[in-house]
Design a protein around this ligand. Structure first.
Ligand code: NOJ
Length: 530
């Protein structure tokens, strides 16, 4: 593989920095801690790590409210720790991808402090301001993704500012060329330091309708999540002009050797919209597929999303898959309901589709969401809507490295920033020793992927299969089948031999007369070994 295309065939591992490894005993993960776990990541076989924001933030939205884009949050380290992380990761052939937040900034960022100081301040037009209506109501009906109106009145100047998320996260005005220039500089700052690329927060939503038109109110024909929100967000996200900005960023990324990658958080819920963010190979390299994440864990539904994605993602693009992240319930809880067999089927799909897998920390050992008390919560959404809908803390709890108190994440006796949960049930130390563990399964899945060109780059083709089963071929000789049902089945289209199965005792088994699978069992097979 050409080295500048590592992101097509590699596996990306998402590290939530606050929860990966605490190196200084303050109960919060940090960059030095990540460095100390690079040997583990190398052993696991990943090609890159993506870190959630590590930049300076007052943490109204746990790092997604950035107050300084070119400095490190002191609790994580400093720029020299980033340099050390990049150097140590590079020595292990692991790339470092950071997270950038261009849609909004912290209300404590100097630009916003200046912007709100007067109607004529230098940075006033760097944000989105509008007069309240004559009756004092908000400029339009836009709602924040976090609930409530997307506008807050700023009493000093009498205007409202826009925030698609928290009031502490004012949206930038991406119509302003100065904002665009300033972001190019932020990208260059990090790319120059050797960062391999960026995961781009809200990549689909940064440009807003220039006329600030009202969003259409949801109707009974809209999908459930639109109805729950109350409106179709057609004017405050996913405007066509966002593509100009993405092309501009791609051009910046392409000036580097190797080109830096752009991995977009394209939080749209239909595949056709997601596919547009690849442009003509001149926008995002990878656009996250949230339709897959939110699909029910059913063979027909998952196969449908993948078939549609295969059809829609342009040939110049490349799919990217994930089954968990810091905003959605962990796959062990969401899809698997705590059932190891189901978890393995989900992980098998993640690491066997055509495209780049992004593995969320802790999914390597099958961590479940952690049950939390109200007093434990850190996520503003969790606090605001307690007890429902659940906030995002349950999937952000510390990594389980060992069974000792603190789970090897922090020192014994230190209170971690979020409770660790049951570290004895699933942890790296125990699972590393156990050849039948989830961790060894994930590691072997990655290793097999590395060995087989079919799995890294071969075409995807769905195979005929009985109800409840999803089967597909990759490249010339590799087939995969998942029985997502409670009944034993036989998949006639699959022969050869099992390379790796969710039921490890079947690895190497010859397949005669079709592949027989037990309930919630899956396998990768090789027809070449007949
Ligand atoms: C998406 C991020 O993943 C999420 O954690 C954050 O709260 C919002 N964007 C706002 O930045």
């Amino acid at each position: 593989m050409p080295s500048d295309e590592w992101w097509r065939e590699g596996v990306i591992y998402q590290v939530y920095p606050r929860s990966f490894q605490d190196s200084n005993g303050d109960g919060i993960g940090d960059l030095q801690g990540i460095i100390s776990r690079l040997d583990y990541l190398e052993w696991l076989g990943v090609d890159a790590i993506w870190l959630n924001p590590i930049t300076v933030s007052p943490d109204a939205d746990v790092g997604y409210d950035v107050a300084d884009y070119c400095a490190v949050q002191p609790v994580f380290g400093d720029l020299s720790t980033v340099d050390a992380l990049i150097a140590e990761a590079t020595a292990r052939d692991i790339k470092v991808v950071l997270d950038v937040v261009p849609n909004h900034r912290s209300d404590r960022h100097p630009w916003f402090i200046d912007a709100r100081s007067s109607l004529s301040s230098l940075h006033r037009d760097w944000y989105v301001w509008a007069d309240p209506k004559p009756d004092g109501s908000r400029p339009n009906n836009w709602l924040s993704a976090f609930g409530g109106p997307a506008w807050t009145l700023d009493p000093r100047t009498g205007q409202c500012y826009l925030h698609n998320f928290l009031p502490e996260q004012p949206d930038l005005n991406w119509w302003n060329p100065a904002v665009r220039d300033a972001f190019d500089d932020i990208y260059r700052f990090w790319f120059d330091r050797g960062v391999a690329g960026f995961r781009i927060d809200v990549a689909h939503g940064i440009v807003k309708d220039r006329e600030l038109r009202d969003n259409p109110v949801a109707t009974k024909d809209d999908p459930a999540w639109v109805r729950a929100h109350g409106q179709r967000s057609v004017y405050n996200v996913e405007r066509p002009e966002v593509h100009d900005v993405l092309r501009r960023w791609r051009a910046v990324a392409n000036t580097y050797d190797p080109p830096r990658i752009l991995l977009g958080e394209t939080y749209v819920r239909d595949v056709r919209s997601m596919g547009r963010f690849y442009g003509q190979g001149d926008e995002l390299h990878l656009a996250f597929n949230f339709t897959y994440v939110h699909a029910p864990f059913e063979a027909a539904a998952l196969a449908r999303v993948v078939a549609e994605s295969e059809e829609i993602i342009p040939a110049v693009g490349w799919p990217v898959w994930t089954v968990s992240n810091h905003d959605v319930s962990r796959v062990m809880s969401r899809w698997a309901g705590g059932d190891e067999r189901k978890l393995r089927c989900a992980l098998l799909s993640l690491l066997r589709l055509r495209g780049t897998p992004v593995l969320y920390y802790g999914d390597d050992i099958g961590m479940a969401d952690t049950r939390l008390r109200k007093a434990d919560l850190q996520d503003p959404l969790g606090k605001r809507f307690w007890p429902a809908p659940r906030g995002r803390d349950p999937e952000r709890t510390p990594m389980h490295w060992g069974s000792e108190p603190g789970g090897g994440f922090t020192n014994v006796g230190v209170r971690p920033w979020l409770p660790t949960g049951d570290v004895a049930a699933r942890n790296v130390a125990d699972q590393r020793r156990d050849p039948s563990s989830t961790l060894r399964f994930v590691r072997d899945l990655i290793a097999v992927r590395r060995q087989r060109t079919d799995l890294r780059s071969g075409a995807y083709q769905q195979l005929p299969s009985p109800a409840g089963v999803w089967a597909w071929q990759r490249g010339a000789d590799t087939t995969i089948a998942l029985n997502l049902s409670d009944e034993p089945v036989r998949v006639p289209a699959i022969g050869g031999a099992i390379v790796i199965s969710t039921n490890r005792s079947r690895d190497g088994e010859r397949v005669e007369g079709g592949l027989a699978l037990g309930p919630w069992e899956g396998a990768t097979c090789s027809s070449a070994s007949t």
